[in-house]
Ligand binder design. Structure first.
Ligand SMILES: Cc1ncc(COP(=O)(O)O)c(C=O)c1O
Length: 405
């Protein structure tokens, strides 16, 4: 008899030895208290500074009410795949909304942003057998997985390096189909991709563009249409992919593109075809959230104000952060065990929850704390965050005290 338990133990020990064994932080939110929550493990109230519910929309009264109303009206589940039994009018409405938001002909909803990237990119290799895919080296795991499973010829270009991308594009005949896959806001760095330059290269080399706007929809651009809209390039992007799970505060993913592109994916992608569709409550909540953020700038403005406050205070006390023009505040630690210890100390001593981010989410040696302010945080909470960071970073030799003005 093979020692299967031993095989699993070895796999676990590998991550333990590398200092990247994941211990999930138990969190119970109380809807009216967010971003405060309760941690059972630490037996105390905590303030969460690392949620991707960037605008606190998961707690918004209109969003919660829409979900409750939809459950009462339609039930909890859809009972099947879109093809067999699951296409409800709320999904259609949501798809139309996303197409309209991004100025595209059609939308297609998936069960998550991960599934959208994985399903679409892996299917493209089958839809366009000759395609060459160009992928930014910092692309999210969902894109990497999709591209890998497409079996298409693929090339990885150095992060946002246009010379490298052009060098790779130029190696193929003009008439060969090509796709450039990239993100608008890179979630672990918080930097914005050079979209104008990518679109120019795409035109020059006959490529189509696939943009992951997961960390920007709802947050940037008119009505939250994303960074491509903000920079005036949305019409030059062929496929915009996004999520309802972050700024919109719910769950689910989507693409917006031409009628033909969407129809091809709808007809060929196993990750779309063979899974039960999103339940009505999720669709209704996403619709309410998208609709609210199309007409309200209040959350975005408060969000940007709190991001600026936190960044200014960090610089003020001399804590180094990776500078960027977005809402993501990364503080590099550079060691997986120390990053974990800092995170645990902030939690146990100060009730401040900032998750440490280790390999494989970020490259080894760049382990970090990733802080995400929201409009629900107060100045008082931010000051407590700064105190906790100063103390924990200082005790671990990452920071040596307040900068003298
Ligand atoms: C860039 C990027 N794309 C896609 C996803 C997946 O989105 P979702 O959480 O909706 O599955 C993530 C998740 O963090 C992401 O960071």
């Amino acid at each position: 008899m093979l020692d299967y338990e031993g095989i699993f133990t070895e796999a676990i020990e590998k991550v333990v030895n590398e200092g990247r064994y994941r211990v999930f932080t138990d969190i119970d939110y109380s809807a009216l208290q967010s971003p405060r929550a309760i941690s059972k493990r630490f037996n105390r109230e905590i303030t969460v500074w690392c949620s991707n519910d960037y605008l606190g929309m998961s707690q918004h009264p209109e969003v919660k009410q829409a979900a409750v109303d939809a459950v009462i009206a339609h039930g909890a589940g859809t009972g099947g795949t879109r093809n067999i039994s699951g296409t409800n009018s709320l999904i259609i409405q949501l798809e139309d909304m996303m197409a309209d938001l991004h100025g595209k002909q059609s939308g297609l909803v998936f069960t998550s942003g991960y599934v959208a990237n994985q399903a679409v990119l892996s299917t493209l290799g089958k839809v366009m057998p000759e395609v060459v895919i160009y992928s930014d080296e910092m692309n999210h795991a969902s894109m990497i997985e999709g591209i890998r499973h497409s079996n298409a010829e693929r090339h990885v270009f150095r992060h946002s390096d246009m010379e490298h991308l052009e060098e790779l594009l130029a190696q193929q005949p003009l008439e060969r189909p090509k796709l450039i896959a990239f993100e608008s806001v890179y979630s672990m760095l918080g930097d914005i991709s050079p979209m104008h330059a990518i679109c120019t290269l795409a035109k020059r080399y006959n490529a189509i563009t696939y943009l992951d706007e997961v960390h920007s929809v709802g947050l940037y651009g008119v009505g939250g249409a994303g960074v491509a809209e903000m920079l005036g390039v949305a019409s030059q992007i062929d496929v915009i992919q996004g999520t309802f799970a972050k700024a919109y505060g719910v769950i689910g993913g989507y693409i917006a593109a031409s009628n033909k592109f969407v129809d091809a994916i709808r007809s060929h992608a196993p990750g779309f075809i063979f899974t039960t569709s999103l339940p009505p409550a999720v669709c209704a909540a996403a619709i309410a959230s998208v609709a609210h953020l199309r007409s309200s700038d209040v959350e975005r403005l408060r969000h940007q104000k709190m991001v600026k406050y936190v960044k200014d205070r960090l610089l003020n006390v001399g804590i180094e952060l990776l500078e960027n023009n977005t809402h993501i505040v990364p503080v590099i630690v550079g060691n997986p065990n120390i990053a974990r210890q800092i995170s645990e100390m902030m939690m146990s001593d100060f009730g401040v929850y900032v998750q440490h981010i280790n390999f494989p989410t970020v490259p080894r040696g760049t382990e970090r704390l990733r802080i995400t302010p929201t409009p629900l945080h107060t100045v008082e909470m931010a000051e407590k965050l700064i105190t906790a960071l100063e103390s924990a970073l200082q005790q671990h030799g990452i920071y040596n005290g307040r900068k003298v003005a």
